[in-house]
Design a protein around this ligand. Structure first.
Ligand code: GLU
Length: 253
């Protein structure tokens, strides 16, 4: 397979690199009128630069939860940085560099909700999550199998459903939910329940067997932690009064 098939050309010569991110997750990966922002976006940019690409050589592609493996396998993107948890099922199809971030599955409810305080409370309620996510799978398989689970294409669609009372809660990673709760236009509308229902270790998804790229990305991630960038980015992108971050990861080669 040529480098071109992998969504990129070697860096440093004005060629482009395609990277998959989320477009609708404030704090992680968000498409705005004047560009892209979030922790995952900055992590991706840091890696791209270490691989020899400048910022304007990066082509951002939306990587919805259910499409991440496909985007990698088809070569549409060189790698994915999109709240992408490392797990056994995904490791059958793709490889991961990292992990570079740890968060936990939690619930987001409306600000005036008092009857959802633990996961069992969901068994009689309407719950929203996203197709292809670990969050939806955890709910169905173990956390609240009796919940009326609606699976949508992205978490922003769940947020609209929660606001309009079509669902009673959203479940996914606390880092994602905290981003929605702290958006200015949502102040006071939503709150995190504060449960730690799983460990979600975010990795950088890449083509299975591409050990060279995996090694390069792990090296970049190690430098990102040791030069202080990781901590700076956590402070920049997460509202640490509402979201408790974990210590920096240890990156293995
Ligand atoms: N981190 C979880 C996952 O990879 C949930 C967030 C997401 O859907 O991106 O499935």
């Amino acid at each position: 397979m040529s480098a071109c098939d992998l969504g990129s050309e070697p860096g440093g010569k004005g060629e482009k690199i395609s990277i998959g991110i989320k477009f609708d997750q404030p704090g992680l990966g968000l498409k705005e009128s004047d560009g892209y922002s979030g922790f995952d976006v900055d992590v991706a940019l840091y890696i791209a630069k270490k691989l020899g690409y400048s910022e304007d050589e990066v082509v951002w592609k939306e990587a919805p939860s259910a499409q991440r493996e496909n985007l990698i396998e088809s070569g549409d993107v060189r790698f994915v940085v999109a709240s992408y948890s490392i797990n056994e099922k995904r490791l059958k199809e793709v490889d991961f560099a990292g992990p570079y971030f740890l968060t936990h599955q939690d619930l987001l409810v409306r600000g005036d909700e008092v009857s959802i305080t633990k996961v069992e409370d969901l068994n009689s309620r309407k719950l929203c999550s996203v197709t292809g996510s670990t969050s939806a799978r955890n709910v169905k398989e173990k956390l609240a199998p009796q919940a009326d689970l609606q699976q949508l294409g992205g978490y922003s669609a769940c947020l609209t459903a929660l606001e309009n009372k079509k669902v009673d809660a959203i479940t996914t990673d606390a880092a994602i939910l905290a981003g929605y709760a702290s958006q200015q236009q949502h102040w006071g509308k939503f709150k995190l329940v504060g449960l730690s229902l799983s460990d979600e270790n975010y990795g950088i998804g890449l083509r299975k067997g591409d050990t060279e790229l995996k090694g390069q990305i792990n090296k970049a991630l190690g430098e990102m932690v040791s030069d202080g960038t990781w901590r700076k980015l956590v402070r920049k992108h997460f509202n640490l009064s509402s979201y408790k971050s974990e210590p920096p990861p240890r990156i293995q080669d």
